[in-house]
Design a protein around this ligand. Structure first.
Ligand SMILES: [Zn+2]
Length: 272
């Protein structure tokens, strides 16, 4: 009896149908896997040639199963990465082709991208395209709208455990995209939690992509309406330290976008 490197070991029965082995010409027995949907007869002989051929088939079968499992796993992770149905076909364009080409380096260094542009300039599409590539390359990556993230954080107000578990979930991702920053309803508390998240990711070299239709100065102005701006300013400062700035167009630079989120040359990936 051969030693089968699979769990089929206990699910095969012998069929009394002796044929001659193509390797050693001895009569041999056919076996049938009982649990298979379409039972297949497979001959087994204990000789070296037959054993090698059988093992090669098992290896191929295992490889097929693994590939199939990986495909299913990727499909599941894409369905759960926060990228909307509209953007599931997003392909990297322009600068984002370069970021995707250097994705491993970007994720190892923990650099990110601060994507600015007015409404309709393709910020979400671009960010989604990077998330999709990261997921396909087996990284953990997720896109969440800023409004959703703030709602989630606010819903945990009063329960430190719940807040911590939300933060932990978004801290550990290889790539986090916060989409449409500035569209959220913030409170002092929720923005301090977002700062904690960004600060943790910055300190632990985790890549973050932020998209916004506002300049840094406009963001600060928006947050000012809700009170204290220190956390917001500190968060922009962290992003400024670790992110390239990509201008998708339509941002009024006179409003301070350049000073607050200027491209950081020392950390920037080659985009020549
Ligand atoms: Zn044989």
């Amino acid at each position: 009896m051969l030693s089968l490197a699979t769990s089929w070991h206990n699910r095969i029965i012998a069929i009394d149908d002796p044929k001659h082995c193509q390797f050693c010409s001895e009569p041999m027995t056919h076996y049938q896997a009982v649990a298979e949907e379409k039972p297949q007869l497979f001959p087994i002989c204990g000789c070296k040639g037959a054993r090698k051929a059988f093992e090669a088939r098992m290896v191929l079968k295992e490889r097929d199963l693994l590939a199939q499992k990986r495909e299913q796993d990727t499909a599941y992770r894409i369905a759960n990465c926060g990228v909307g149905k509209r953007y599931l076909d997003a392909q990297p364009q322009g600068h984002f082709k370069d970021y995707v080409m250097l994705l491993t380096l970007m994720l190892e260094q923990g650099t990110g991208i601060f994507v600015q542009g007015k409404k309709g300039t393709g910020k979400t599409y671009a960010a989604s395209s990077v998330v999709l590539v990261a997921v396909r390359e087996q990284y953990t990556a997720e896109l969440i709208s800023s409004a959703q993230l703030f709602e989630l954080l606010k819903s945990s107000f009063g329960s430190r455990d719940m807040t911590d578990s939300i933060l932990a979930r978004y801290q550990k991702l290889d790539l986090l995209v916060i989409d449409d920053l500035g569209k959220e309803h913030v409170t002092d508390w929720s923005i301090s939690q977002l700062f904690a998240l960004i600060d943790w990711r910055y300190s632990n070299r985790r890549s973050t992509i932020v998209t916004t239709q506002y300049t840094g100065a406009q963001l600060v102005e928006i947050w000012r309406r809700n009170g204290d701006i220190n956390n917001g300013v500190a968060m922009l400062s962290r992003l400024n330290q670790c992110c390239d700035r990509v201008d998708m167009g339509g941002i009024d630079k006179r409003l301070g976008g350049e000073e607050i989120c200027e491209k950081n040359e020392s950390l920037s990936l080659s985009l020549a």
